[in-house]
Design a protein around this ligand. Structure first.
Ligand SMILES: Cc1ncc(COP(=O)(O)O)c(C=O)c1O
Length: 447
């Protein structure tokens, strides 16, 4: 066994654990702009912002300066128990201004998983303390990923059995997968059927036991599942009918990814709470947040009044470096007019993606804002099944990597969501590498 075949001490998930050997692992050493470089110096265009995080790219000098300055001034201090740091106070203020949540109150956490977990915990506190203790259940959607902790993995719509999940009280309703549309069914009829399925689940469980519905406005985590027109109106109408709170997981979609600051704006969602993370500090520091609507929050505060306390805090929530960086990210997006830039390069990206719709290996292309998905088939010939297959997709992601392009493979779908700062020339370069990888995939897959 060579040195490289040997397992590393580092455990890496989202892959078979036994594949955690040196030779199977891309070791990324440094980054510049939208590019990263491996330990041999090979350059890759990071077309998925590495897990949808590095929104401002890998070498933003202003962010580096901000983190360095904050480390020099105050590297750590908590924000709880009558103490707080100025950056946490200012960031909560700023987020309340820009988030699509009325009269927001903001809590911080370190990861998206924690943000979703804390939100469920806050919801349970709210209901326990406001004579709504019978409403404990949360509905999420099949396929979507919401995190790694027990509650967020229970919200996640899959991989339950192997972990003995979900915890009691976590339910799942159908995701608007393109493959679930019935023959001849219109978008409107599909949306109505999904809303009916949600309502049937609520009635089966008893509406008085359901506290909230939590979902991504558009699910990136299961391959960019773009909701049909009317979907969100229909879903929100069902939730309103039974007094069920609507929570939006914007951990991926927040901070301009869909062409608006938040995807709730893109899809007309009026949430009672939003969770954000990932691109918030562009990955220069782990930080996430939960923003709760004022009405929902006041119920929590009433509970706290009764107890004269609130037994929740987290050591790194509101960390000075993370909050300083997130403030700087917001300032940079505004000052550099990145939202307009995202819309411009996003339109270019959508145009390019559209060109693959008729490719023999492609089952579907989808996109929103500065992100797109190419869903692969393994075979396509007259009369052959068009069922998506992960085979072509995994060959493609491997060929893309060989050609210096990192996309995110999710089942049969290759995801593209480059840093928001990507230029038009870099998008051209992205698709040059994409084309080479696609041609090599074609040569390897029998069509
Ligand atoms: C939609 C969504 N929510 C939550 C999470 C969890 O975030 P984290 O990995 O930072 O805990 C993820 C991570 O991929 C995600 O895609």
């Amino acid at each position: 066994m060579s040195e490289n075949d040997r397992a590393m001490k580092l455990l890496m998930g989202f892959q078979p654990l036994a594949h955690g050997t040196r030779d199977r692992t891309l070791v990324v050493e440094r980054g510049r702009g939208v590019f990263v470089f491996d330990e041999k110096g090979k350059q890759y265009l990071e077309a998925a912002s590495s897990f949808y995080v590095a929104s401002l790219g890998y070498s933003d000098e202003e962010l580096i300066e901000t983190a360095t300055e904050q480390l020099r001034t105050l590297p750590y201090y908590p924000s709880a128990q009558y103490r707080a740091v100025p950056t946490a106070i200012a960031l909560a203020e700023k987020l309340a201004e820009i988030l699509p949540v009325a009269d927001a109150k903001v809590a911080f956490a370190a990861t998206g998983s924690e943000a979703n977990d804390f939100l469920v915990k806050f919801l349970r506190f709210h209901n326990q303390m406001n004579d709504l203790g019978h409403r404990t259940k949360v509905i999420a959607r099949t396929g979507s990923y919401h995190g790694a902790t027990l509650a967020s993995a229970s919200l996640t719509g899959g991989h339950h059995e192997e972990f003995g999940l979900p915890l009691p009280g976590f339910l799942h309703t159908e995701q608007p997968f393109r493959t679930s549309i019935r023959e001849g069914e219109s978008q409107a009829a599909f949306a109505e059927r999904l809303a009916d399925e949600l309502e049937a689940l609520i009635l089966r469980e008893d509406p008085e036991t359901i506290a909230a519905f939590l979902s991504e406005p558009v699910s990136f985590s299961c391959g960019l599942v773009v909701p049909p027109a009317d979907y969100w109106d229909r879903i929100q109408a069902v939730l309103a009918k039974y007094d069920i709170r609507c929570f939006a997981d914007e951990v991926v979609t927040g901070f301009c990814r869909t062409g608006n600051w938040f995807a709730c704006e893109t899809y007309g969602i009026r949430p009672d709470a939003v969770t954000i993370g990932k691109g918030m500090a562009s990955g220069y520091f782990p930080i996430s947040a939960i923003a709760m609507d004022g009405d929902f929050y006041r119920g929590i505060e009433r509970g706290s009044d009764k107890l004269d306390g609130f037994a929740h805090a987290s050591t790194h929530a509101g960390h000075p470096v993370g909050t300083a960086l997130a403030l700087k990210v917001i300032e940079i997006i505004d000052r550099r007019d990145l939202l307009r830039h995202v819309r411009e390069v996003g339109a270019m990206l959508q145009g390019k993606l559209g060109g693959y719709a008729d490719h023999p290996l492609v089952a579907d292309v989808r996109g929103v804002g500065l992100s797109g998905a190419v869903e692969f088939v393994s075979e396509r010939s007259a009369g052959a099944s068009l069922e998506p297959s992960s085979v072509a997709c995994s060959i493609f992601t491997e060929r893309a990597r060989e050609n210096g392009l990192l996309v995110r493979g999710t089942g049969s779908t290759a995801m593209i969501a480059p840093p928001l700062v990507i230029t038009r020339e870099e998008i051209d370069e992205l698709f040059r590498r994409f084309d080479r990888a696609l041609a090599e995939t074609e040569a390897r897959v029998r069509v």
